[in-house]
Design a protein around this ligand. Structure first.
Ligand code: ATP
Length: 354
């Protein structure tokens, strides 16, 4: 079993409210990602689960049992830090074996366990080296192997891929999801990288200023963001927002445009709204009933695609267009909107409105 739940975690450091009521239900066996910008309280949440942080309020339950006052060791969790925290004088083998030695496992069983996890992480050839003889990426793998060599109740991982170069990071994402699938077990994984979260998680909790903004599957968080902030934080390029109001069967923009009201929208007339449009739900080529007039403000070729900044009055839309789109700065055009995939937010509260 490996269920982890927190309820109403609160922690202040001086004037900073690092955790402001964090409640999470992490199912057994899931790959659960805590996503948020720097300073959101991700590390503090993980440390609270691990028992490394004295809380002002709140509880931590492990497998349904109150573990709030248990020592870190009694919680039986394995933690991987961004900084590796390897023993510098020990070889990779000895580093990976250390949690098993501490539990007095017989050395032949240790050897079997270390070899198995070394194979899983493709680090067999590093086992005799010391940290000083390894690259950052290699040390990171050894640190992961040391966590994965045991079968703890859950694995806690604090941005374990941040020190890797981009290519290795992308590879390790796939590796980690593969390892999760083959080992099983509960992974609680902290990151500020939304691509990492979307690509690896079963479930994502989005954290901001010590508060959970939304919990959901990657597609729920991406396609049905709970508020304007989540919509802006998740997704690249950033979602475009246009101010508007509903009026009968139309949406009327502050910049003078008008679109049919999305079929799903029941927003009351006259209430200030923000229309959220993702770059891939806008088109410069197709024609449809829902069109916004604008002019090209910027072109950013990405190889397979071109990102086009389109100015709509004083507001800006980002459109993902074909690489061969052409177009010149200042050119006037129509942007076709897929209204079924659009989002509406209350302009005052930022909350999603149906
Ligand atoms: P990052 O992605 O930068 O690691 P984070 O989301 O993990 O950020 P935390 O490290 O949990 O954020 O920190 C949350 C807030 O609490 C931040 O404002 C941070 O400066 C503050 N904080 C964390 N630990 C301490 C501490 N030991 N003393 C004082 N302030 C702290």
């Amino acid at each position: 079993m490996g269920t982890v739940s927190t309820s109403g975690l609160r922690k202040a450091f001086g004037d900073v409210q690092a955790l402001d009521g964090v409640t999470l239900e992490i199912p057994d066996g899931s790959f659960f990602v805590v996503l948020g910008p720097s300073g959101a309280g991700k590390t503090t949440t993980l440390r609270a689960i691990a028992g490394l942080e004295r809380l002002d309020a709140g509880t931590v339950h492990l497998d349904g049992r109150d573990a709030t006052h248990d020592t870190p060791a009694a919680r039986d969790l394995a933690m991987v830090f961004q900084s590796y925290a390897l023993y510098p004088r020990r070889t990779a083998y000895e580093n990976i074996a250390s949690p098993l030695r501490a539990r007095r496992m017989p050395s032949d069983e240790i050897a079997t366990a270390v070899e198995r996890v070394a194979g899983l992480l493709h680090i067999e050839r590093l086992l005799k080296r010391r940290p000083a003889q390894m690259s950052g990426g290699e040390m990171q793998r050894v640190a992961l192997a040391r966590a994965l060599v045991r079968r703890p109740r859950a694995f806690l991982m604090d941005e374990p891929l941040t020190n890797l170069d981009l290519k290795l990071r992308v590879e390790m994402r796939t590796e980690l999801t593969r390892i999760h699938r083959s080992l099983g077990g509960t992974f609680v994984y902290v990151t500020n990288d939304q691509v990492e979260a979307l690509s690896m998680a079963d479930q994502i909790a989005v954290l901001r200023d010590g508060q959970v903004q939304q919990v959901g599957t990657p597609s729920e968080v991406y396609q049905r963001p709970a508020n304007q902030w989540v919509a802006g934080f998740v997704g690249s390029p950033r979602i475009s927002l246009l101010s508007c109001k509903a009026s009968g069967d139309r949406l009327v923009g502050s910049e003078g445009w008008s679109l049919p009201r999305p079929r799903w929208s029941t927003a009351e007339d006259g209430r200030p709204l923000l229309l959220g449009l993702r770059a891939e739900d806008l088109s410069l080529e197709q024609r449809g009933a829902a069109q916004l007039p604008g002019e090209i403000y910027g072109l950013e070729p990405l190889g397979d695609r071109t990102l086009v900044d389109v100015k709509v009055g004083s507001e800006m839309l980002k459109v993902k267009a074909r690489a061969t789109i052409g177009g010149t700065l200042g050119e006037k055009l129509q942007v076709t909107v897929d209204l079924d995939r659009a989002h509406l937010f209350d302009a005052d509260t930022g909350l999603a409105v149906p």
